[in-house]
Design a protein around this ligand. Structure first.
Ligand code: TXA
Ligand code: MG
Length: 365
């Protein structure tokens, strides 16, 4: 078996417990997968790449192992976890009364960035779903988790591998930065290709409802659900009426304050320039998380830049979004300025993450 990688993370001792392996995302080493699968079966925590973001996984049939996920993430027990499966048929091992619509969606979108919510099987312990009678399920489109689930023979419960309310992890290094030695195994399969989480679709309501826009655009879902739309219900605090337990306003936040500018490009740029000047006058360290086009017009400023790629390429913008927030945080900026990218296609998921990261700090121009 390949030796675990040495890690020079400053968290030192805590890390000694974590085994970090580099794996080929197309063809992961069998021995490494076997080692990680054994950890899963022993009740351990294994972080792995998916096509969306890194996940922090445990045996979905083991309530105690699932509890360890909540503790490691500092995640409230009221926020349920997605169960990952390696084949469409495996849906039957975690769900009950599966509607025909679920199979049609699975045929069309799995493996891929779509999570469906259906009735939970009794085999899945209640804490996975925070006591709800439902379960969120998806089949990721990535060889590493698929091999891990196949090898362990159990479905894997996995939230995004970040500390609660922080930006999701799109690199193995982000997982190590957040968790140090609290995770048993980290499988480093390189960057997560999409960089944004899956779309969450609730099939237990009629009509089906999108709870979180994500890697599967609403437009694609309309092939099968012509009427489906996304009505954001952001909540500033956790309340009994929460539409979805994960819909807290504060989420995906960098350490720096994030200001989100919305409006037409030229007006946004003008307003952003003014804001940068003002913040610099106040002595703030400013970070700009901007598309390449904006860099050309803003480069004169003494600020920290993190580039998202061309404005027209939402795949790149999505891919760079969370890593850009983490990157600017590591350069210790006080404020991050960013703008929206429309609401079409992946733009909707990008907008959702930015609104939450901004915690409502939106400047309409
Ligand atoms: O792409 C993804 O979905 C990634 C990768 C690792 O698969 N996972 C992920 O998990 O983003 P997490 O825990 O960060 O987000 C899951 C979302 C949360 O908003 C949670 O509240 C919601 O799904 N969710 C999970 N189970 C649910 C359920 N039974 N009912 C309603 N919402 C649920
Ligand atoms: Mg998350």
């Amino acid at each position: 078996m390949p030796k675990p990688q040495k890690d020079d993370n400053p968290k030192g001792d805590r890390l000694n417990r974590t085994k970090l392996f580099k794996v080929d995302p197309e063809n992961p080493d069998r021995e490494v997968i076997r080692f990680a699968a054994n950890k899963i079966l022993e009740g351990g925590l294994v972080a792995f790449p998916t096509e969306t973001v890194y996940g922090l996984g445990a045996n979905a049939f083991n309530a105690e192992a699932v509890n360890r996920i909540f503790k490691a993430k500092k995640r409230p027990f009221s926020d349920p976890i997605i169960v990952h499966i390696a084949s469409i048929n495996q849906l039957e091992t975690v769900a009950e009364n599966i509607p025909e619509l679920a199979w049609r969606l699975a045929q069309r979108f799995w493996p891929g960035p779509l999570t469906i919510i259906v009735a939970r099987s009794r085999r899945v312990p209640p804490n996975v779903s925070s006591g709800l009678p439902t379960v969120a399920v998806r089949m990721p489109n990535h060889r590493v988790p698929l091999a891990l689930i196949e090898e362990s023979g159990v479905p894997i419960a996995a939230p995004s591998a970040n500390l609660f309310s922080r930006p999701s992890a799109t690199l193995a290094q982000h997982v190590i930065d957040d968790f140090g030695g609290e995770v048993d195994v980290v499988l480093d399969g390189g960057p997560a290709p999409i960089g944004l989480e899956s779309t969450v679709l609730d099939l237990t309501q009629s009509p089906a409802r999108i709870l979180r826009p994500g890697g599967t655009p609403v437009e694609a879902l309309r092939e099968i659900l012509p009427e489906v739309s996304y009505i954001p219900k952001y909540l500033f605090t956790e309340t009994a009426e929460a539409a979805s337990p994960g819909m807290l306003m504060k989420h995906y936040s960098p350490k720096a304050r994030l200001l989100l500018f919305m409006g037409s490009s030229d007006r946004v740029l003008t307003r952003m320039r003014e804001a940068v000047e003002e913040l610099l006058r106040e002595g703030k360290r400013v970070g700009l998380l901007v598309p390449s086009e904006d860099y050309a017009t803003l480069r004169e400023f003494r600020v920290e830049f993190s580039l998202l790629g061309p404005e027209s390429d939402l795949n790149q913008v999505g891919f760079n979004l969370f890593s850009g927030m983490r990157d600017l945080d590591s350069r210790e900026v006080d404020v991050i300025l960013v703008r929206g990218f429309g609401l079409d296609g992946l733009g909707l998921a990008i907008w959702d993450r930015l609104v939450r990261a901004a915690e409502g700090n939106i400047i309409h121009v």
